[in-house]
Write a protein that binds this ligand. Structure first.
Ligand code: ZN
Length: 196
């Protein structure tokens, strides 16, 4: 929820790739070990893939933004959605990444998430949207994929407008998958919002 993203230099990118490869190997081993004990929705997209909702990019169709899963970000594997080129993220409508029910609409003032929304998607999955400048939904409201939840801002512990985003399973943040693209720990990817 802190917001100072670190832009990787070449050395950093190399380290990130190596760490990511190690992370994937560790995840594979962990998944095999835990496949019996935790059969549903483990972080590995290959295991329990049917359990994870098909999360979409939480923005209007055609917008391109950086998804930054930066090292040291809290909680780990949160994404900061940031401006990309001419696409400025400030004041953009924030859309639900999948259908579900709004379970939290809360304002923490100048701390932490600031204004944030949580949507529950069933089977233990939730998405969280933080540092909003405005809300468009109420608690217990049913939402579809693409329903507007609020607008991007810089409330709470934020230093510049961006959208802090989490995909959570049973309360713990998972490695995010957006329209089938995994944004692994330490990686920063420019993604474009698709239809649907
Ligand atoms: Zn953040």
């Amino acid at each position: 929820m802190s917001t100072r993203p670190r832009l990787g230099d070449a050395a950093n990118d190399r380290t990130t790739k190596e760490e990511y490869a190690m992370f994937r190997r560790a995840l594979l081993v962990t998944s095999i070990v835990s496949a019996v004990a935790i059969p549903v929705g483990f972080a590995n997209a290959d295991v329990g893939a049917t359990a994870r909702p098909a999360f979409k990019m939480p923005f209007s169709y055609g917008k391109t933004f950086y998804a930054n899963n930066w090292q040291g970000h809290k909680p780990k594997n949160s994404i900061d959605w940031q401006s990309y080129g001419k696409d400025a993220v400030d004041k953009e409508p924030v859309k639900s990444a999948a259908s579900g029910t709004v379970t939290t609409v809360r304002d923490l003032g100048n701390d932490s998430y600031g204004k944030y929304v949580v949507v529950s998607h069933g089977r233990g999955w939730q998405t969280l949207y933080a540092h909003l400048s405005a809300f468009s939904v109420k608690v217990n409201q049913k939402v579809s994929t693409g329903t507007q939840l609020g607008k991007v801002g810089s409330t709470g512990g934020s230093q510049a407008p961006h959208l802090h985003f989490e995909e959570k399973l049973n309360g713990s943040v998972q490695t995010p998958v957006i329209s089938g693209t995994t944004v692994g720990y330490g990686s920063k990817k420019a993604l474009t919002s698709k239809k649907g």
